[in-house]
Each structure stands twice: as structure tokens, then as C-alpha cells.
Design a protein around this ligand. Structure first.
Ligand SMILES: [Zn+2]
Length: 140
């Protein structure tokens, strides 16, 4: 059971503080406003690169993270550096799909986010084709 105190604690949004801190009480890792603002900007930039229908998503969890979403697709940036401070470099992109289960070939990093999407969708199509053949073989 979640206590009222815990619920109130979790419902608090990020709080500004000294030294650029912009971090929720439930997080407590000292995320910065710089990291938050960069995640917002990177998410919008990524969506613009991908085109129509993509929506930016930013969240806090021991740093500020971002992704682009379109239906059950997600595009993630591979980063090196600090998401607490927003001092990272983006080394590439991966894409995942979450329906009906997660397919995320994150070991293959693409320099272009659209290539990451295409790679993941091709993988999904190949799995559907293999599953369809297996289903037909098992039921005929
Ligand atoms: Zn935080």
C-alpha cells in the first residue's frame, strides 16, 4: 500500500535549486536544468530529423533522458557522458518496437536515426515472416 506521504512525495515535480539543480525529490541524484533543457532540445531535434508523427519524450531517472516516439516505436540516442549534467555526446541511434513484445536491436548503433528505424522494422518483418511460415507448417 502506498502511503499518502509517499504519493505526495512522488507527485512532486523537479525542483530548481542551487548549482543548476533541477531534480525531483524521488530521484535525488542531482540532475541539472542544463541536462533537462538539453534533453528537451535533443528530443525535438530528433523528432524533426525523423519527420511526421514523431513525438518527443523526456523523463528523469538518475539524469534526464529523451527519445522519439511514434506509435509503439522508440528511437534512442546512444550517449557517452553525463545525463545528470547534460554533458554527453551522441554517438548514434537505436530503435525499438514494443508491440506485442519488445524488439530492440540495441547492439547495432546507426549514425542516422532513420536507419535505426528501418533496421528494426526490417527485423520485425523478418520475424513475422518466419513466424507465419512456422505457423503454416505447424497447422497444415
Ligand atoms: Zn533527478
Amino acid at each position: 500500500m502506498v502511503s499518502a506521504e509517499k504519493t505526495d512525495f512522488c507527485s512532486q515535480g523537479p525542483k530548481a535549486g542551487v548549482d543548476d539543480i533541477y531534480c525531483s525529490a524521488w530521484c535525488g541524484f542531482g540532475c541539472t536544468k542544463t541536462a533537462h533543457d538539453r534533453a528537451q532540445a535533443e528530443a525535438k531535434f530528433l523528432c524533426n530529423r525523423l519527420g511526421d508523427g514523431w513525438q518527443p519524450h523526456v523523463w528523469e531517472n538518475c539524469g534526464w533522458h529523451f527519445e522519439a516516439r511514434k506509435a509503439s516505436l522508440r528511437v534512442h540516442a546512444q550517449t557517452q557522458g553525463s545525463k545528470l549534467k547534460g554533458t554527453y555526446i551522441i554517438s548514434g541511434y537505436t530503435a525499438e518496437i514494443r508491440a506485442p513484445y519488445q524488439i530492440w536491436p540495441h547492439e547495432v548503433v546507426h549514425s542516422d536515426p532513420q536507419s535505426a528505424v528501418d533496421y528494426t522494422l526490417d527485423l520485425v518483418r523478418a520475424q513475422i515472416e518466419a513466424a507465419t511460415k512456422a505457423l503454416e507448417a505447424a497447422t497444415t
